[in-house]
Design a protein around this ligand. Structure first.
Ligand SMILES: [Fe+2]
Ligand SMILES: [Fe+2]
Length: 278
């Protein structure tokens, strides 16, 4: 693992950065998540590192790089999200409520809860990662390369995180039945909690865009949204089966097409090499 600094300038990017505006808006909503979740992850990892026995030397180093990567991710998503908030200021109450939840988790919930939540988030990120690399080529072809580069750089590094988080959870809480049950609880809770906010923000963005549409435009917009929603869940069941298995081992996963090429780049610039559909 290594820290890669993305060189991108989102200052002139507009919320409709894709020809398929619903695609852009649904992933604008998703981009709110890392800007708020990843600072929380960094705090959880820092607390976990403090209680992780020194004998786990490699894990200590992986956690250190993991937190530095997350800091780069949220920094870039905060820059990216500026244009969304400027155009759609109504998302702010959702962002505040979402951030307040994480403050509350850190203050009132156990470290095991917070580590299980973080592990659940990292495990779940396998689902969008596969779609972004393998199923969205047509959408990327009609998109601003800055958005594609941001997501692919971020999700390629997330691919490395699943193993670190899972090993950390096991090092702290073991692999017995109670640790397993709590991990599964963390996974489902994190998935529900994150999707609650992403989906509320996505609905708000699309509703604003649809305010002046006529009946035909509205029907076409809803049809495009449906196709994107179906694609987003295409790999969910396959990943879910692996994640909920007591024998789940993210070190045995296969990288989606194109992930390793991005991980081979030290400091990506826009556009990423090989990031576009042929
Ligand atoms: Fe991240
Ligand atoms: Fe991560």
């Amino acid at each position: 693992m290594q820290v890669r600094v993305l060189e991108a300038d989102f200052s002139s990017l507009k919320p409709h950065w894709a020809e398929n505006k619903e695609f852009a808006q649904l992933y604008n909503a998703a981009s709110i998540c890392p800007a708020i979740l990843e600072p929380y992850l960094v705090k959880v990892m820092t607390a976990a590192k403090k209680v992780l026995p020194a004998k786990f030397e490699k894990m200590h180093e992986d956690v250190r790089v993991f937190t530095l990567q997350e800091m780069q991710h949220c920094k870039q998503h905060i820059l990216f999200n500026k244009m969304i908030r400027t155009a759609y200021p109504d998302i702010e109450p959702f962002e505040k409520a979402y951030a307040a939840d994480y403050e509350r988790f850190l203050k009132t919930r156990s470290l095991q809860f917070n580590v299980a939540y973080s592990e659940g988030f990292e495990a779940m990120s396998a689902i969008p990662t596969t779609c972004f690399f393998e199923d969205f080529d047509d959408y990327w072809a009609g998109s601003d390369p800055r958005a594609e580069t941001l997501w692919k750089w971020h999700l390629a590094e997330e691919y490395e995180h699943r193993e670190v988080m899972h090993d950390l959870y096991a090092a702290l809480y073991g692999r017995g039945p109670i640790a397993y049950a709590y991990r599964i609880y963390g996974f489902f809770f994190a998935t529900w909690h994150i999707n609650k906010y992403i989906s509320a923000i996505g609905k708000l963005l699309l509703a604003k865009d649809r305010e002046n549409m006529n009946a035909d435009e509205l029907a076409a917009s809803k049809a495009r949204e449906k196709v994107i929603g179906k694609l987003a869940l295409k790999h969910a069941l396959r990943h879910l089966r692996k994640i909920i298995s007591p024998f789940y081992d993210p070190s045995k996963r296969q990288p989606p097409r194109g992930v390793m090429e991005i991980l081979a780049v030290s400091n990506p610039v826009v556009p990423l090499p090989g990031a576009f559909a042929a």
